[in-house]
Design a protein around this ligand. Structure first.
Ligand code: 5GP
Length: 252
């Protein structure tokens, strides 16, 4: 037996809860620059008018998000991800959230379908990047670059970085999901400031992405909950299974 003493990796202790959202709770840690993101099973839709629970969603979303953040980091995207701590906990860098939700679209669906009067399913000739003002009380209304600038939500430089990162994430995710037989229809991203850098934050899961099976076009995301389509848990499980098969199960 080796006589060398192994120093155990210290896991940051969960401190005070400082934010609870619809799907996640944030806790402080002893390190001001690190935060624990806890994934809940609660599901909401239509600005929280519809509420429910998806069994083990938190566990599945933590794992899906961890795998995807690692994949993005490996491919040069700066994210808040540090490591997965437990079934439902992810250690992340603390962010000052930019109150602009960024949606990237590849195929017409959801609110774009309604707004343009075009049926769901039409492939766009190039991806569309949209901004929404992150404000629950207002139901996250759509805004443009000028609104974000004039109302001081972000600087021009920050928006340039955000657009570039969003399109890069889109390229990487389209490729990843395509390789496991899934069409990436659209998705929502959030960004934040950390030590003068813009990092990708929040989560990347079937809660905030539209994912359609490439062969059957079957929905594999939160639209199953929003539209009462059933087989919600099974669909999230299937996304997790395919992403895990591709990206592998690694610790940390
Ligand atoms: P839409 O504008 O069509 O309703 O949504 C576009 C995409 O962004 C969808 O993939 C949807 O899941 C995601 N999205 C938009 N707003 C939110 C939100 O507030 N929360 C979550 N989880 N996803 C959102």
């Amino acid at each position: 037996m080796s006589s060398r003493i192994k120093i155990p990796r210290t896991t940051p202790l969960r401190g005070e809860k400082f934010y609870e959202g619809k799907a996640k709770i944030l806790y402080r840690t002893a390190d001001k620059k690190l935060v624990i993101q806890y994934f809940k099973d609660d599901a909401t839709a239509f600005n929280a008018q519809k509420r429910g629970t998806i069994v083990d969603k938190g566990v599945m979303n933590n794992e899906i998000s961890s795998l995807i953040f690692r994949y993005l980091e490996k491919n040069g995207v700066k994210t808040h991800f540090v490591e997965k701590l437990s079934d439902r906990e992810m250690l992340v860098r603390s962010l000052e959230i930019v109150p602009v939700e960024v949606v990237v679209r590849n195929i017409v669906a959801g609110s774009l379908s309604k707004r343009m009067g075009i049926p769901e399913g039409e492939t766009l000739k190039r991806p569309i990047v949209e901004y929404y003002y992150k404000k629950d009380e207002l139901g996250d209304p759509p805004i443009n670059r000028d609104h974000a600038l004039v109302f001081g939500l972000a600087t021009g430089k920050e928006l340039d970085k955000i657009d570039k990162a969003a399109l890069k994430v889109n390229k990487l995710l389209v490729r990843l999901f395509k390789s496991v037989g899934i069409k990436l229809v659209d998705f929502k991203l959030e960004f934040g400031r950390h030590k003068n850098k813009i990092l990708l934050g929040d989560e990347i899961t079937p809660d905030g992405c539209r994912l359609w099976d490439a062969k059957t076009n079957e929905k594999m995301d939160k639209d199953r909950f929003r539209r009462d389509l059933g087989k919600i848990e099974e669909s999230y499980q299937e996304v997790l299974r395919r992403v895990t098969e591709k990206l592998g199960k690694k610790k940390g």
